[in-house]
Ligand binder design. Structure first.
Ligand SMILES: Cc1cc2nc3c(=O)[nH]c(=O)nc-3n(C[C@H](O)[C@H](O)[C@H](O)COP(=O)(O)OP(=O)(O)OC[C@H]3O[C@@H](n4cnc5c(N)ncnc54)[C@H](O)[C@@H]3O)c2cc1C
Length: 297
């Protein structure tokens, strides 16, 4: 653990919140809504970003059909504001553990009795020409979200091996016989892997082919990126939170990490990387956080 350098600085009115929620995505906002309705003194901090903001179209969340992720995210902010939950659009730059938790952002310092971590899971974008242009047009970062759209089509998965890639591969193989494994030059233990370096992605409106550096091409309808992760997890490691082999924060059935007053949910922990699950995590974690707050009075 690093040496506290700013613990004597306190935020507005030296306030100690019941709970600080980090992350304004579905997990963070869901937790904030429940905590506030339990009557707890909660603040939610995060940037206007995350996976939901990047999701072009959401079709599989109950009651929402063909909505942009960004629009759903905004609804979440509005919902929190309507309940008078303070939202701070600030970057979290440091987390420190004393007998309570201290959060340093690019603008302020916050103190809380409990912390709910919902900072999502940053996706790693390989450096491939045109990759960003085809996001939502054949390039995807989530097999469970988008695999269904490409059933019986030609799908490629790109990764460097490991559990994340295995999980995504297992989902995708249910949708097609034509599943190609790409590694962008890395040698991995897949019998059918094409380990040539990729130069670019080409197509008209949607992805049509992958071009390799040796000028050979592969016709595909979709490319799933299964490269992990994860700047956010560096800070989790730094404060001593236990991670699993996929670099997800380990929690118990009460959403509690190995540091008892720190809880975590959504894409930061194991399980499906989906909105419904993130919302569920936020709701349940709020329940246990509230229980702990009540019991410690
Ligand atoms: C392209 C794409 C398409 C998807 N499609 C679907 C779909 O169709 N259906 C579905 O159910 N799911 C889909 N998902 C997955 C879904 O978006 C995630 O599972 C869900 O958003 C996870 O919620 P979360 O709250 O855990 O994290 P996120 O939504 O990622 O939210 C993380 C929050 O933390 C903030 N944050 C991170 N780091 C910092 C920092 N240092 N400082 C301050 N704030 C920070 C972010 O700004 C954000 O507010 C998709 C994801 C992607 C990327």
């Amino acid at each position: 653990m690093f040496t506290p350098s700013y613990i004597t600085l306190m935020n507005e009115n030296n306030h100690l919140y019941d709970c600080i929620v980090l992350g304004l995505g579905p997990a963070g906002i869901s937790a904030s809504l429940y905590l506030k309705r339990y009557g707890d003194d909660v603040i939610a901090i995060g940037l206007d970003g995350g996976s939901l903001k990047e999701a072009h179209v959401i079709d599989n969340f109950y009651g929402l059909f063909h909505q942009r992720g960004e629009d759903i995210l905004k609804l979440g902010y509005e919902q929190a504001k309507a309940l008078e939950i303070p939202l701070r659009f600030e970057e979290v730059v440091d987390i420190e553990i004393l007998d309570h938790v201290v959060i340093k952002t690019n603008k302020d310092i916050y103190h809380g009795k409990k912390l709910f971590l919902a900072l999502g899971r940053n996706r790693r974008r390989p450096n491939i020409k045109n990759l960003r242009n085809f996001e939502g047009k054949g390039v995807s970062y989530c097999a469970t979200c988008d695999g269904f759209l490409y059933r019986n089509k030609r799908i490629a998965i790109l990764g460097e091996g490991g559990e994340l890639m295995r999980e995504e591969y297992d989902v995708l193989k249910n949708f097609t016989k034509d599943l190609f494994v790409l590694t962008n030059g890395v040698k991995i233990d897949y019998s059918n892997a094409i380990d040539k370096e990729i130069s670019s992605i080409e197509g008209k409106d949607t992805i049509e082919k992958i071009v390799f550096k040796d000028n050979s091409t592969l016709k595909v309808d979709a490319l799933f990126i299964a490269s992990g992760v994860l700047d956010t997890f560096k800070s989790a490691k730094k404060i001593g939170l236990a991670l699993d082999e996929l670099e997800q924060i380990k929690i118990n059935e009460r959403y509690q990490t190995n540091v008892p007053f720190i809880f975590a949910g959504g894409d930061m922990v194991a399980g499906m990387k989906q909105i419904a699950k993130a919302v569920d995590d936020g709701m349940k974690a709020a329940f246990y956080i509230h229980q702990d707050l009540k019991n410690s009075v």
